[in-house]
Design a protein around this ligand. Structure first.
Ligand SMILES: C[S@@+](CC[C@H](N)C(=O)[O-])C[C@H]1O[C@@H](n2cnc3c(N)ncnc32)[C@H](O)[C@@H]1O
Length: 432
């Protein structure tokens, strides 16, 4: 049977890039339809091959760069372009900052939301990421360990990475050497690394559990490389099994030491976390007595907030909440800190449940908190503080709050992912 040619696919065209899209690709137009071209910049003139039309636009692969736009610069990392970890190293610093700064007002404008004050982003420098997920691929010639290739499941065997702290990247080579003899050829997996304050925490995700010899080898590796804990899981969903625990990995939130669960969410950099916490505390009214911290994780905001008010931390992930609660009890904060495990998409906190709360902090995953924002919109809570890693879903949720009678007082963007399209932010809403 002959395959029907998909509309537009395979066609070669010349075009000029006019903008950068929300995922960091260059955007040009063909037949008045957008074309998304990776690794290109405004002003670039190029020949591309269009892929099939999808959702009213095209993706395209660049074939020849005929003329360079004015803001190109040399990418500092030799893996740039192949590695999927960074999208914008080829853009000069000032154009990069202009693009990041424009993301927030654009997203708000699309939703018709006006902010009292839109602040300049705080830029977190590269070389500060303390957490990373490396993909693993064991092949006949060795082990590839690094980020996925751009738009591919293949693994870039990283020789350098400018995003990570130097200490965290320095673990990559010994880790590669230690894992290579332990994984059979053909095996794929991931390893999640966290640089905690007292050493490294590793979660190995492979289809088969390590056998006894592998466990012994990992134990020796941990002792040599200041790795405090190694855990294993078959996939990202099952509960990880500890393999080596020399001591619990520790991070300090506010003044409280917390041991995050293996692979658990923490803010990617210490400096980014500090900027977000400072903005959340700035937004917290001085007289707030009761605060709800929604999507609390293991407490990056809960514990700094608990220095000022009683906090109820609500979180869907049992392991994260258990880590938060254990830390609260150990610090003598059971009382000022309370916890509730709850799915905030299926069962958002209702407006009536929020009646006695002076401030709500909510920090959902990328997709935002549509259901919770709608409940907040009908609540009497005087101050709502949003933390988000996605200006688009944030702007949608902000619109619900504004339609419910809130005023968006200010937005503080935090660029915690240098050279990537992501942007984090803290926003303060008050009842009008
Ligand atoms: C962006 S993280 C923020 C965590 C924490 N505030 C921090 O800064 O470390 C989002 C959190 O939302 C939690 N989460 C995701 N979906 C959820 C849901 N449906 N209900 C409750 N919590 C959820 C995740 O487990 C994760 O801890």
């Amino acid at each position: 049977m002959r395959r029907r040619a998909r509309k537009g696919g395979g066609r070669q065209v010349e075009l000029t890039v006019t903008a950068i899209g929300s995922r960091g690709d260059g955007i040009a137009f063909v037949d008045e339809k957008p074309v998304f071209i990776p690794l290109t910049l405004p002003g670039d003139r190029l020949r591309v091959r269009l892929e099939a039309e999808k959702g009213g636009g095209f993706r395209a692969e660049p074939l020849d760069l005929l003329e360079e736009g004015p803001n190109r610069s040399d990418p500092p990392c030799p893996h740039f372009g192949v590695c999927g970890g960074c999208q914008l190293q080829h853009l000069d610093e000032s154009a990069y900052r202009d693009w990041k700064a424009a993301r927030m007002p654009e997203a708000l404008e699309r939703q018709g939301v006006t902010a009292g004050e839109l602040r300049e982003p705080i830029y977190i420098s590269a070389g500060s990421r303390r957490r990373a997920t490396f993909a693993l691929r064991r092949h006949a010639g060795g082990l590839d360990l690094g980020f996925h290739r751009r738009q591919s499941g293949a693994v870039v065997d990283l020789q350098t990475c400018l995003l990570l702290t130097p200490e965290l990247f320095a673990l990559a080579a010994p880790l590669r050497a230690a894992l290579e003899p332990l994984l059979p050829p053909g095996m794929r997996g991931d390893v999640i690394l966290l640089q905690a304050e007292n050493g490294f925490d590793l979660l190995l995700i492979t289809p088969e559990p390590p056998d006894l010899a592998a466990r012994e080898a990992l134990s020796a590796f941990a002792a040599e490389q200041q790795v405090v804990r190694v855990s294993w899981a078959a996939d990202g969903k099952m509960a990880p099994e500890p393999i080596v625990e020399r001591s619990a990995p520790l991070l300090t939130f506010g003044q409280t030491a917390v041991s995050p669960p293996p692979g658990g969410f923490v803010q990617p950099s210490q400096a980014g976390e500090a900027a977000l916490v400072a903005a959340v505390l700035e937004a917290l009214p001085k007289d707030a007595k009761r605060v709800a911290d929604l999507f609390a994780g293991c407490g990056s905001f809960t514990f700094p907030l608990a220095q000022h008010a009683t906090v109820t931390a609500v979180e869907g992930d049992a392991a994260a909440l258990a880590a938060l609660w254990t830390a609260a009890r150990r610090a003598g904060l059971a009382g000022p800190v309370m916890v509730e495990q709850r799915d905030l998409v299926r069962q958002p906190l209702h407006a009536e449940e929020l009646a006695a709360v002076d401030a709500v902090v909510f920090d959902p995953p990328q997709q935002g908190a549509r259901e919770q924002a709608q409940e907040l919109a009908g609540s009497p809570v005087p101050r709502v503080i949003a933390v988000s890693c996605n200006p688009v879903s944030f702007a949608r949720d902000a619109r619900s709050l504004v339609e419910g009678g809130y005023r968006l007082d200010w937005v503080q963007p935090v660029d915690q992912f240098p050279w990537a399209a992501h942007l984090e932010l803290v926003a303060s809403f008050s009842r009008t």
